[in-house]
Write a protein that binds this ligand. Structure first.
Ligand SMILES: [Ca+2]
Ligand SMILES: [Ca+2]
Length: 320
């Protein structure tokens, strides 16, 4: 049952015991979560007392691997009937016991186990399916909300809306994998490899490539890799930048400065005899600059040689 992209609500879950579970599972800043409810048998990990008061289990799809703080909103009928168990994935058991100061028959949020506020129920949940099982071990304890909050600072009030509304994705993460800063690029099919990763369960809507602040291409589905024709630019530095935008219109960008090196050694706008003359004049010399004919490789890394001539030859006659 999907209510909206951030909150889903399951009603009238329990017919067994007064946990009377109206469970609200909220994944902050996570979009479009599907969930199904099912009763299940008790898992082995919780060491159950002789008498229990029923169980309710949620199977839930977690879209984002991160640490979650588990909050349970419960109310207790008496100071001695004040516990339940929460079992995560059949393997992690929390005994949730309210402190003696907890008011009776009053909805109270608890995020710790064993009656100890320092024992915060916070654990890593990987993306994928997980089960959350509530087990009644005290008669008359009621639960109506359960929250999983990536944010470990928010303390829910009311139904927890203060922790679940107004949240937005953290901006996506964007990077340029290749080429790297100051790398030489040449030819008509230079691949720009980038990454765009949404955060907090969001999704990437688009990634754009700009060269010298001019939009070149927009990609809406991964992989976010672009091809540019470096022959569209004069030899010398250009700035490539990518910007990714997520489903909540948060954007981040990354940029790199690269050096177009198509053989126009004198930056005249054409690859021609004058460039060849420069190269010939410095043929075989080490520690040459690009303008002296050392097209490939950083200055000093190698000599003016055949690999440089090959690039010049392949772009021979190019005029921008
Ligand atoms: Ca030239
Ligand atoms: Ca060289």
């Amino acid at each position: 049952m999907l209510i909206n992209k951030k909150i889903f609500k399951l009603l009238n879950l329990s017919k067994i015991f007064r946990l009377g579970l109206n469970i609200v599972l909220v994944f902050i800043i996570i979009s479009l979560i599907s969930v199904r409810y099912s009763d299940s048998t008790l898992a082995a990990s919780c060491q159950l007392p002789p008498t229990t008061y029923g169980t309710d289990t949620l199977s839930v799809s977690i879209p984002l691997t991160t640490n979650y703080t588990i909050w349970i909103r419960l109310q207790i009928p008496s100071i001695t009937s004040n516990s339940l168990m929460l079992q995560v994935d059949g393997s992690t058991c929390y005994t949730v016991t309210t402190p003696s100061s907890t008011p009776l028959s009053t909805w109270t949020w608890i995020n710790f186990s064993g009656g100890d506020i320092s024992q915060v129920m916070r654990q890593n949940l990987t993306s994928g399916n997980h089960s959350l099982e509530l087990i009644g071990i005290s008669d008359g304890v009621e639960v109506d909300n359960l929250l999983l909050l990536p944010d470990n600072t928010c303390v829910p009030t009311g139904f927890g809306d203060n922790c679940t509304t107004g949240q937005t994705n953290a901006p996506p993460t964007t990077s340029i994998t290749s080429p790297t800063n100051n790398q030489e690029v040449y030819g008509n099919n230079t691949s720009i490899v980038t990454t765009a990763t949404a955060n907090n369960g969001g999704s990437i809507n688009s990634s754009t490539l700009s060269v010298n602040s001019n939009l070149v291409q927009t990609i809406t589905t991964p992989p976010y890799n672009f091809d540019i024709n470096t022959l569209s630019y004069k030899d010398g530095s250009i700035t490539i930048s990518v910007s990714s935008t997520d489903n909540e219109n948060n954007s981040t960008s990354a940029s790199a400065t690269v050096y177009v090196s198509n053989g126009d050694l004198d930056h005249s706008g054409a690859v021609n005899i004058s460039d060849l003359a420069i190269m010939a004049n410095n043929w075989g010399k080490a520690n040459q600059t690009y303008e002296e004919g050392n097209i490939t490789g950083a200055v000093g890394s190698n000599s003016v040689n055949l690999s440089d001539l090959a690039i010049l030859a392949s772009n021979w006659g190019w005029i921008l």
